[in-house]
Write a protein that binds this ligand. Sequence first.
Ligand SMILES: [Zn+2]
Length: 270
Amino acid sequence: MPLEDHIGDIIRKARLHAAVSIESTAHAAGITPAQLEDLEQNGTLPNPIDFTRIANVLGLDPAKLERIARGWEPARVDTSRWRELRLIATNSAGFGVNCYLVWDSDTRMAALFDTGFDAVPVLRLLHENELHLRFVFVTHGHHDHVAAWPQIQDAHPQAQRFPNTVSSDSAGAQVSFQLGNLRISARNTPGHAHDGITYIVTGWPDNAPAVAFVGDCLFAGSMGKAPGHAALAREKIITHILSLPPSTLICPGHGPLTTVSEELANNPFF
Ligand SMILES: [Zn+2]
C-alpha cells in the first residue's frame, strides 16, 4: 500500500498548519511560487531544493522530509505476529480507507475499528472465522470511517458502538474495554477531528506488541490535516501515540501499517 501522503501533500499540509501563503513559503524556501505549487500538487521536486530551508519555514524536520522525498516507506510489518488482526481496505470512487477487525481466540468475540465504505468484507471475515461482533469502535465521525455502520448494525444488532453518538470532546477519556484476553483502552486524540479517539489494544497471545488504531491522527510519514488545530493534534499524537513502546504497531485510517519507532525516526512532523 503506498504512503497516504507524497512529499507535496506533506508540504501543503504543513503549510496549511502553519497558516502561511504559497508566496511567503516559496520566498523563504528560495523557490518560485510556481515551483511550490507544482511540488504540492504533484510531488515534483524543484532542482535544486534546499530541504533545510523549506522544512524550517514549515516546522518540519529537514532530514526526515528529505528521506520521504527520496522514497522512504515504512518497513513491511509481519502481521502474522497478531494472528487475530485483519486490515480491511475498502474504497469508494477511488478513495481508499482502512478498517480493522480483531478478535479473542478463546471467546471468538470480535471488535471492529471503523467500518470502511463496504460491510461485505467485514461480514465475510466475521462469518468465516465464526466470530461474535461485540464492539464497533469509531476513531472519528468522518464519513469514510463510518459509512458501512448501518449495514453492520443490521447484520449484528447486538454489537455495541463506541462512542454511540456524535461525541463531546471528552467522551473517550480513560475508558477501557475487555474483549476476552484483549484489553482496549480509548484515548482522546482530537486535532484532525474534534471527536478523534485512538484505541490501544494489549494482551495479545505470545506477547505480541500493543496495537494502536489511530484513525486519521497519524499516517506513515505524515499526519491527518488539522488546520487551526495543528498544535493540539501534534500534542495529542506525542502524548498518546508516540509515547507508546517503540514496537507498538500503528494502524492508520489510510496508507500502510507502521510502528512507533518508524514514525519517531522518519515522520517529518515530529
Ligand atoms: Zn478523517
